[in-house]
Design a protein around this ligand. Structure first.
Ligand SMILES: C[S@@+](CC[C@H](N)C(=O)[O-])C[C@H]1O[C@@H](n2cnc3c(N)ncnc32)[C@H](O)[C@@H]1O
Ligand SMILES: Nc1nc2[nH]cc(C(=O)O)c2c(=O)[nH]1
Ligand code: SF4
Ligand SMILES: [Mg+2]
Length: 223
């Protein structure tokens, strides 16, 4: 099984419950969901003319629509060759759940890593049992994909992007339609560090006893 990889790099997890943890990010190419404010619009299309050599996606350092095709074994070897020290891996994208991530997860876990996925909850999750699942639900996006009840049930963490009250209302409706496990953490993440979005997220988190997730890496100007 080959995976289309936009980039692999090591940094500090900037979002959600693992904020602050050193982490290796594996960013898969391709996403049809179409969030207008998406941070990674360069990962949406899998264009054949943007296919590059493996070494060009390791520590790439800049946003680009280029991608390389790697097997699970090549990915494990790339992490070793890069000399990364983190043991926490974040599978993101793009939409990583478009792909069967079980062979990759098994190879990474056998090599001593633990896994987290960042996903929109719009594709069936094909993951190892131990993978930490962060669902960032995408409601009413242009691609027309629906958040799946099975993803909401599997979520260890729900991290909802918000800018306006209507986004909180939409999350309330989703939580009614697709209730998560009692142990699932719920957080609000302000969209693009907008001041009004941040104020709304803070107020709502305090009122609901939810967590706040700021994108720490943006405040620190790191990857
Ligand atoms: C780029 S997405 C990739 C993974 C997956 N497609 C998803 O949406 O969860 C990773 C995380 O970044 C969040 N995100 C993307 N653009 C953002 C923005 N402009 N402001 C805040 N969060 C954003 C997403 O909601 C998601 O939690
Ligand atoms: N530092 C850092 N933390 C992140 N957490 C989730 C990210 C993502 O793009 O999925 C991300 C990212 O791109 N950088
Ligand atoms: S689902 Fe994720 S990668 Fe896809 S457009 Fe939305 S935020 Fe971006
Ligand atoms: Mg990001």
């Amino acid at each position: 099984m080959l995976y289309p990889i936009n980039e692999i790099f090591q940094t500090i997890q900037g979002e959600g419950l693992f904020t602050g943890a050193p982490a290796i990010f594996i960013r898969l190419q391709g996403c049809p969901v179409g969030c207008p404010w998406c941070d990674t619009q360069h990962t949406w299309e899998l264009e054949p003319q943007n296919k590059v050599a493996v070494k060009q996606v390791i520590n790439k350092g800049a946003a680009a629509p280029t991608w390389a095709e790697l097997s699970a074994e090549q990915i494990v070897q790339a992490l070793i060759d890069a000399g990364y020290t983190a043991k926490h891996i974040v599978l993101t994208g793009g939409e990583p759940a478009m792909y069967d991530l079980r062979p990759l997860g098994e190879a990474l876990e056998a090599a001593g890593y633990r896994l987290q996925i960042e996903t929109s909850g719009t594709f069936e999750l094909l993951l190892t049992a131990n993978t930490w699942v962060t669902v960032s639900p995408k409601l009413d996006m242009p691609g027309g994909y629906l958040v799946r009840p099975d993803c909401m049930q599997r979520a260890d963490e729900i991290k909802h992007p918000v800018a306006m009250q209507k986004h909180i209302d939409a999350l309330d409706n989703l939580l009614k339609r697709c209730p998560p496990k009692a142990s699932t953490s719920i957080s609000l993440q302000p969209i693009s560090q907008r001041p009004r979005a941040t104020e709304l997220a803070i107020e709502t988190c305090i009122a609901r006893n939810w967590r706040l997730s700021v994108q720490l890496h943006k405040y620190l100007a790191i990857e």
